[in-house]
Design a protein around this ligand. Sequence first.
Ligand SMILES: *Cc1c(COP(=O)(O)O)cnc(C)c1O
Length: 402
Amino acid sequence: MFNKALYQYFLQVETPFYFYDISLLHKSLDNLTRAAGKYDYHIHYAIKANANDRVLQIIKDYGLGADCVSGNEVKKAVEMGIPSEKVVFAGVGKSDAEIIYAIDQSIFSFNCESIEEIEVINEWGRKKQKVVPVSLRLNPDIDAITHKYLTTGLPENKFGIPLQFLDRVIRRVNSLSHIQLIGLHFHIGSQIRELAPYIELCEKVNSIQDIIYKKHGLLLEHINLGGGLGINYEDPDAEPIPDFEHFFDTIHEHLKVREGQKVHFELGRSVVGQMGSLISKVLYIKKGLNKEFMILDAGMTDLIRPALYGAQHKIQNISRPGAQIKNYKYDVVGPVCETSDSFDDDVMLPKTKRGDLVAIRSTGAYGEIMVSQYTLRNKPKAVYSDEIRTASGNPLVIDEIV
Ligand SMILES: *Cc1c(COP(=O)(O)O)cnc(C)c1O
């Protein structure tokens, strides 16, 4: 992924910075749209994974819609030119201002998580004389087999409407004059690497649909299965593009789609995760009593996933690409005054020196978007592979492995 010319370029850029491999983003989107197109599935990109303008622009150009979880994300989607009829808006705590804005934009669907919220939307719909399209986000009680902070479909999560309330909620929603119930929505978690939870989800959706039809004579037009498809963090080069085809084939095999129904997904991480790397410089190799600390100029303010939920990213010393022997063990840490400001412990790397560049891989999702300015640190900039020019002014070809 990082060839010599690219490395030479990196040496001139202020670190830390995010490097985005735009050609990989294109390839991922090619694969995704081809695989989803096979079944006419509708994809809404989950903006919270990465809302970088250039990245969003490319995603928009592939015709994807947007999955938003805040009013400002809805605004961003609209401002980027994503048609409002492709925008969905989820979240357990939508404020009145956010609701009003989204109603004014005539978005495709409010994905609602409680009857209390739907009643507020109904009131705003009445005031604005608009019937507002709503999907119910149901909590299907599925263990997504992922980190506990990344599950969202278990009964103890704050997300979604418990299935036990479904009957009551549908009856109540049907009595509201300014709400149109258009679909069902699910999102069971994130970084899900097994397909079993999705198969379980399909089966649950099938039976929920049967129940709704039997009890209420309702056949809702839209089924939204959310996002959550995981990526290979351990070995990004082995799997730079998630297997979207297998994912959608599996859904197609297990989900019963009724006449006229449309199926939607909200993918975030799987679209953008692998195209990003956080490039950082080694400030010090500090000897501890029993350990050696590799202190980087990137920290938890640049990439918070390891500190926030113990996420592990592949760390490479790209200044020593030829070094086959990785027999030095480092705790790779950042400069911020928090013990949790650590990227990983006991990382095996070639002998590393001050000034070496390291790449923290698979940081295209939930990286740049979560940057903070804690301790008044600078925000890392983004470098886009297709904007890099060689000294002679030609685009740099970066595909070849060092
Ligand atoms: C975060 C989120 C997604 C995207 O999740 P990924 O794991 O990035 O695919 C989809 N839908 C909703 C409602 C979300 O909150």
